[in-house]
Design a protein around this ligand. Structure first.
Ligand code: 5GP
Ligand code: ZN
Length: 136
């Protein structure tokens, strides 16, 4: 993808603070972090969302994320972290090269990832389960 910023980072065409790379994945610091140390993990190949990533590459992406998370916890973090993935514009995905966010958490940080809990009508939860199961 010629105009993809993460493809450019992967290829080294634009600079990034890379912390880890192997044959299939690259990890680098987010330029506008939610907390300092916030890392992004990407596949070298361009895939837009989770569902576009072939299973074997997804496994490798998660392995790299785990490695980086461990290093992050041992360095700047304290063993608490969020791993997030925004998929699709409505879900907040800005860069259309699938990526995992690994964000170290601290007791008094200002990050808020809470949502308002909604309620199902009677029986509705089972209707949702049935709808989903049809596609599995
Ligand atoms: P998204 O909202 O797509 O899940 O997150 C994209 C992330 O990429 C954002 O947190 C943003 O700060 C980060 N980002 C965008 N452009 C660059 C860049 O050029 N370099 C780096 N290191 N991070 C970037
Ligand atoms: Zn890309």
């Amino acid at each position: 993808m010629e105009d993809c910023i993460f493809c450019k980072i992967v290829k080294g065409d634009i600079p990034a603070a890379k912390v880890y790379e192997n044959k299939d994945t690259v990890a680098f610091l987010d330029i506008a972090p939610a907390n300092k140390g916030h890392c992004l993990i990407v596949t070298r190949d361009h895939f837009e969302t989770l569902l576009d990533i072939p299973d074997e590459k997804l496994g490798l992406l998660m392995e790299a994320a785990k490695k980086v998370t461990r290093a992050l916890s041992l360095s700047v973090g304290n063993g608490a972290y969020n791993i997030l993935m925004n998929n699709g514009e409505v879900a907040g995905q800005v860069v259309k090269h699938a990526h995992l966010h690994v964000i170290p958490r601290f007791k008094k940080d200002l990050l808020r990832l809470k949502w308002i809990n909604r309620k199902y009508e009677t029986g509705e939860i089972h209707e949702f389960a049935a709808k989903i199961k049809k596609f599995l």
